[in-house]
Design a binder for this molecule. Structure first.
Ligand code: PMV
Length: 321
């Protein structure tokens, strides 16, 4: 039995749209920060006594659709490794209960690491990143700690994440506001497909991400938090503009999302520097530096309640237990 731990990541330059839905090759690169607070621990054991894959998630037998996704992923591992046995998978998400942050990124990164090793493969991190990508695109970034870039590539061999090794912006903090724990009504998979095929702005998004990626990497290089935060917030809003311009249109924000966004702007205008980013759901992550964490958590604790505010810092890459 092999056990692996992977942390979740938050994209600052978003991945939104697949060029190849089967291999999960994106139209654009993306850039993320791995977070220390949220992680998945997964054990895998290939066992000749099983007549089908067994999957338990958070101490419950996996629902049909989750079982199918894990099974499909294990099929890829069996095909690559030559292993043919069924597997027992036990996965636990260490995400504060109210968080609504349960992440396919940490889940598939941990599964890729545990399953490949249990099947006798000895993959390096680049190969692991490629494998994790097949489960969920953003999972390829959770193989590494700190800042990570997913280089979009053009096929299975060259689409993987690489760590950005830098001492810069190390006092960055992400204040996660866990506004809503319910599942998103439109999965990122379905949302991306809609935006790619129906948003008239999609071709512009592809171009703009290229320049957003260059800008954020040079901001990291120059240790420039203001540029870093500004471009992160802009890029998130550009992604959400794709949902609004799809046919049919859809929106991941709710009223509290807008309240949080306004509060971030108010704080910023009052001299507390912070920026927001939002994924495929209503929860808001506030990007800031250590010096402002106290003021920001106090403000949002008053607005949403202290149990809804979680402070994260840069987290580590994949680990085996
Ligand atoms: O990896 P997926 O299919 O869950 O897609 C992730 C999409 C976003 O979280 C919205 C953006 C990103 O780059 O993580």
């Amino acid at each position: 039995m092999v056990t692996a731990v992977a942390h979740t990541n938050i994209a600052l330059i978003k991945y939104w749209g697949k060029r190849d839905a089967n291999l999960i090759i994106p139209y654009t690169g993306s850039l993320s920060l791995t977070l220390d607070q949220f992680y998945t621990e997964t054990s895998v054991n290939f066992d000749q006594n099983l007549d089908r894959d067994e999957v338990s998630i958070d101490d419950q037998s996996a629902a049909n659709n989750s079982w199918q996704r894990v099974h499909d992923f294990l099929e890829i591992v069996r095909e690559k490794s030559g292993a043919h046995l069924n597997a027992k998978v036990v996965s636990r998400n260490h995400v504060p209960t109210a968080a609504g942050l349960a992440s396919s990124a940490s889940a598939f990164a941990a599964l890729a690491a545990a399953a490949s090793k249990a099947a006798g493969m000895n993959l390096n991190n680049q190969e692991l990143s490629r494998l994790a990508r097949r489960g969920s695109g953003s999972a390829c970034r959770s193989i590494f700690g700190g800042f990570v870039e997913w280089q979009r590539g053009t096929d299975d061999a060259d689409s993987y994440a690489v760590p950005i090794d830098t001492p810069h912006l190390s006092d960055i903090r992400v204040v996660a506001l866990t506004i809503e724990k319910h599942q998103k009504p439109i999965s990122s998979r379905r949302g991306m497909a809609l935006s790619v095929t129906t948003s008239p702005y999609y071709p512009t998004w592809v171009k703009v991400v290229e320049s957003d990626l260059q800008s954020i990497k040079s901001a990291i290089n120059q240790d420039d938090f203001t540029r870093f935060g500004t471009i992160s917030e802009l890029n998130a809003m550009r992604m959400h503009a794709l949902t609004l311009s799809s046919d049919p249109d859809f929106l991941y924000f709710n009223g509290s999302t807008l309240d949080a966004m306004n509060e971030v702007k108010r704080l910023r205008h009052s001299g507390i520097e912070c920026y927001y980013t939002i994924d495929a759901g209503p929860n808001v992550k506030v990007i800031c530096q250590t010096k402002n964490v106290k003021e920001i958590t106090t403000t949002f604790s008053k607005l949403f309640g202290p149990d809804k505010v979680i402070v994260a810092q840069p987290g580590p890459g994949i680990k085996y237990l």
